[in-house]
Design a protein. Structure first.
Length: 317
């Protein structure tokens, strides 16, 4: 590494450690050095690799964009996770979702992460000669599909929420790592792509029900989410599983909810699965909150005849 790089990294390290002593934030360090907040976090990782030791946390996650939480009112919500929308690729689960959304009154629509897939801007390379969509085509397709959800909904005034998933970070992360000079350019952030939605990392209903893309992983994710959240319900996606776990304790009952996924398990988005069986389940969730209590229905779309409220769902209108 060039001496100039050493001086720059050492100066950053000194500023960071001084900020820790004075209980200042990463935002302060970025301002002092004349760099963006994201560049500060990237440089922190570079410094840690170069000097071989970890820099202490400055404890300022509130300064990172989109790590906020949105408080939403009690009501009836339809929740879909892990859409992984690709051009010209649809699923039975998405058809059932649109049908239920258009035929029933909901107070809000929540897309709980991974609306986009982002294979063209993934850190993983292409598999052999697979045909993946250009990011422009993927984003345009996702915008049209999400717009359709809103336009076909029975309640035209329903609130609209997107919880950011790990795949939804891909475009911004790609630009940050490969073209940092265009950071913040209009059209490159999730808020620009879906301007009619409130974007955040999680949503809270009465502080007792939390909806976020992911927390614990593994086969016991729903159980661990219920046990450790100390809430009435923790609703998550990411695992592509559709299940509910009830946990009872002296302080009440908690539910861990995994909301399935809206894509097709054998779709091109999941070619990495090599057509092996996956313990996944296509579907979505309806959450009705009344008197601070969650009422949950999981709609299993892996069946030949998905049902909602005991009645068959017959595709889109």
């Amino acid at each position: 590494m060039k001496p100039a790089d050493y001086d720059r990294l050492n100066k950053f390290r000194t500023e960071w450690l001084e900020a820790k002593k004075r209980a200042f934030s990463t935002e302060y360090v970025a301002h002092r050095l004349g760099i963006s907040l994201r560049q500060a976090f990237n440089t922190r990782r570079t410094v840690e690799r170069f000097f071989g030791d970890a820099l202490p946390s400055l404890g300022n996650n509130t300064n990172i964009p989109n790590l906020d939480h949105q408080d939403i009112k009690p009501g009836r919500y339809i929740i879909a996770s892990d859409l992984h929308l690709w051009p010209n690729v649809h699923s039975r689960a998405e058809d059932a979702f649109v049908k239920v959304l258009s035929s029933n009154h909901f107070d809000g629509l929540i897309l709980n992460g991974d609306v986009l897939d982002g294979p063209a801007v993934s850190r993983y390379g292409k598999r052999m000669a697979e045909d993946i969509p250009h990011i422009v085509d993927e984003v345009s397709n996702a915008q049209a599909r999400v717009r359709e959800y809103v336009q076909t909904s029975k309640n035209k005034k329903l609130t609209r929420h997107i919880i950011r998933g790990n795949h939804d970070w891909r475009l911004e992360t790609y630009l940050m790592n490969n073209a940092p000079s265009v950071e913040g350019l209009p059209g490159t952030q999730l808020e620009d792509i879906f301007p009619d939605f409130v974007i955040s990392m999680s949503a809270n209903i009465t502080q007792r029900i939390i909806i976020k893309h992911r927390w614990h992983a593994g086969v016991h994710a729903a159980y661990n989410n219920a046990v450790r959240s100390h809430t009435a319900a923790m609703v998550t996606g990411d695992t592509h599983r559709l299940q509910l776990t009830r946990y009872a304790a002296y302080n009440g009952v908690a539910y861990g909810v995994e909301t399935g996924f809206l894509a097709d398990r054998y779709g091109p988005q999941f070619s990495y699965g090599e057509n092996n069986p996956q313990n996944w389940c296509e579907g979505f969730c309806v959450l009705d909150v009344e008197d601070d209590e969650p009422h949950i229905e999981l709609i299993d779309c892996s069946r030949k005849s998905p049902r909602f409220m005991g009645r068959p769902i017959h595709g889109r209108n």
